[in-house]
Design a protein around this ligand. Sequence first.
Ligand code: FNR
Length: 358
Amino acid sequence: MLTVHDFETAARAKLDPVHADFIAGGARDEITVRANEAAFGRLQLLPRVLRGSAVRELDIALLGSRASMPILLSPTAFHKLVDPEGELATARAAAAAGAIMIVSMASTVAVGDIADAVRAMGADAQLWFQLYIQPDREITETLIRRATDAGCSALVVTVDSPVLGAGERNRRNGFHDLPPGLRCENLVDLRDGERGHVRQIAMSPELNWQHIDWLRRTTSLPIVLKGVLHPEDARLAVRHGVDGLLLSNHGGRQLDTVPATLELLPEFVAAVAGRIPVILDGGVRRGTDAVKALALGASAVGIGRPVMWALAEGGEDGVRRLLELLRDELDDTLALCGASRLADLTPELVRVPTWGPT
Ligand code: FNR
């Protein structure tokens, strides 16, 4: 396993092709899925020399959480689909690497159990919780309480999904739900007196900024909005008291043909103007990718599919090796760029090619 792509190849050899399609796929023609990765390939790095330092500092402080590297695990659903331990394995690996894990609301282990597993290792759980605001307020409040009681230190509210993205691979494969025996454990018994009742995650097409205002009043946890793309919405988010933004197109799984997140980053960062941190996900597969996003103003980057591939390939150990691999690549890229700390990554390190055929 020398690269993130090696994990994907190894995982595909093991997985049911229907499940591999669920992970790899995106909405409609998957134009945005491809655009995310391609955008990193088009940007160039222009390093500085003779600025050496024996060691590089990769640790970050983000919304009250500390992490050993600026690569976090974006929320992905259904980890038990690819590994029997599911999110327990992922969370242990993230904790061992000192990385922040955003637990999906659609996890197949309850967020409280995930947090317990990390604490049992004697590690400091750096868990954030991803939330889809539910049409029923009480249900949303119960979910927030579960995440808060588990010790999650931020809420990541996904706002790019008023309706479910059209994953045509899943439709073609007839993949609509978890197989028997697996369920979204955070959605079990959300009302008093229920026993074993599992609710479906509802998408809320009526969501608007007032829901964010309500959320702001409801929780004291930092709120990160995930799935904001328009710079005008970034400005609005700041005005509505949001603490951070995750610039994400859901890995191309929601609206197809939106730009690559990397392409949007400079304008987005300019709109936010340093008032709150910006995290980017979508297509990050290399240390050089992370460096490009950080140089253009992201405080951290997230990875989605690579985590699922690594979990499928080697369970907890696979995710550990993935995170170490990315950390090594990041460290190596910093050294080659003449940077000793993340603050040394500035826009001058990044170039768009200005000659030759386009
Ligand atoms: C996701 N993503 C996602 N996002 C979210 O807010 N809640 C979720 O439950 C999920 N589930 C999910 C499942 C799978 C299999 C994938 C691939 C993605 C989106 C995810 O958080 C992230 O935005 C993208 O995956 C980032 O792009 P890359 O790294 O996969 O290219």
